[in-house]
Design a protein around this ligand. Structure first.
Ligand code: HEM
Length: 339
């Protein structure tokens, strides 16, 4: 045998052995420390993305609250004990019963149905946490945002407690607190400004806004940081003494469309939540808003592109892989509850 053919054979042998070693190491080692990877179900459930997308489209086309709800749900899942679908577990005092998630309860069924379809195609393979990660991405795309590849391989958590939602970021949090809560999850200030850009779609209950409109900090005056022309608009949407349940767009004029206008609104003092308005006021976050508007000192960043990047980062928060967690049979129940 010629020397070059022998060398080729040796290289082939090394490559084949290397791939066997990788396979036997299991999912933890496919993508370094994060443990998720694009194409995780390529061999075991190749239709997963198609099935999730079809389900999300089916629900979202009849109900405008579905896309923002799924995006918001993924954030609330990842920030409470990691992206492990703990938000989907059913029970008397689970995360979903807690006040920050009260507007998301009807969203559960979208993931539940996608899971049922997936169980028919590839039983016991796809985690509810991964379905939620895909559904959040699909929601962004459906409302006009740019797509990104979602690394998969999360396993589902076993625990869900309403009390754990207490540490979610709140609309009254100062920028210092917002930065700290994101940093605690491995996300920096740029990630914060990018991810809160998710408020380019969806709505908030007037209960989170009223206090800014009529008697801010016991002054009997509105929040001075609300644009004077915008104030009557907001007051009409959220009347004084109203029940707080009415809903108002987070990105006035463009809340069905995933675009840059949320940052324009912040610049024009038309941020609806106090926590959003603060992003423009505080130098630490202001500079990133300007970068998205193309008026910053640093080169312009495209929000749509950056959002996908930051979502991948958020989607890796405290992910369970390997022998941690499980692949639930039903998204609302842990497997042990089913026996
Ligand atoms: C400092 C961080 C954040 C705070 C304080 C915050 C606060 C809020 C509040 C108060 C609401 C309205 C809830 C209601 O009344 O029903 C809301 C809605 C929403 N949030 Fe956030 N949020 C933050 C970060 C994020 C992030 C990182 C995302 C996504 C990546 C996100 C996506 C959404 C969406 C899509 C909605 C609309 C939900 C709907 O229409 O059902 N938020 N947020």
């Amino acid at each position: 045998m010629e020397v070059s053919s022998l060398t080729k054979m040796l290289i082939m042998l090394v490559l084949v052995l290397a791939s066997f070693t990788t396979l036997s190491l299991g999912q933890d080692n496919w993508c370094g420390k994060q443990g998720t990877r694009v194409g995780f179900y390529k061999a075991t459930c190749p239709k997963v993305e198609h099935i999730v997308r079809k389900t999300v489209i089916g629900y979202a086309k009849n109900d405008p609250t579905v896309a923002p709800g799924l995006l918001n749900m993924f954030f609330h899942d990842c920030f409470v004990n990691g992206c492990d679908a703990s938000i989907l577990l059913d029970g008397p005092s689970t995360e979903l019963t807690a006040p920050p998630n009260s507007h998301l309860r009807h969203i559960y069924k979208v993931i539940g149905i996608a899971k049922l379809m997936l169980e028919r195609s590839c039983r016991g393979v796809v985690s509810c946490a991964d379905i939620l990660a895909l559904a959040a991405r699909d929601s962004v795309v459906l409302t006009g945002g740019r797509s990104w590849k979602v690394p998969l391989g999360r396993r589902d958590g076993l625990v869900s407690r309403a009390s754990d939602t207490a540490n979610l970021p709140s609309f009254t949090d100062s920028i210092t607190v917002q930065i700290k809560k994101f940093a605690d999850k491995g996300l920096n200030t740029q990630d914060l400004v990018t991810l809160v850009g998710g408020h380019t779609i969806g709505t908030t209950g007037c209960a989170s806004v009223n206090y800014r409109l009529y008697n801010f900090n016991n002054t009997n005056q509105p929040d001075p940081d609300i644009n004077q022309a915008f104030l009557p608009q907001l007051r009409a949407l959220c009347p004084n003494g109203g029940d707080g349940l009415r809903r108002v767009a987070l990105d006035t004029g463009s809340n069905d469309s995933f675009d840059n206008s949320y940052y324009e609104n912040l610049k024009n003092e038309r941020g609806v939540l106090e926590s959003d308005a603060m992003l423009w006021k505080d130098q630490r976050t202001h500079k990133f808003v300007k970068v998205f508007l193309g008026t910053g000192e640093k080169p312009r960043l495209r929000f749509n592109k950056e959002f996908g990047r930051a979502m991948v980062k958020m989607g890796n928060i405290e992910v369970k892989t390997g022998s941690h967690g499980e692949i639930r049979k039903l998204c609302g129940r842990t497997n042990s509850e089913l026996h």
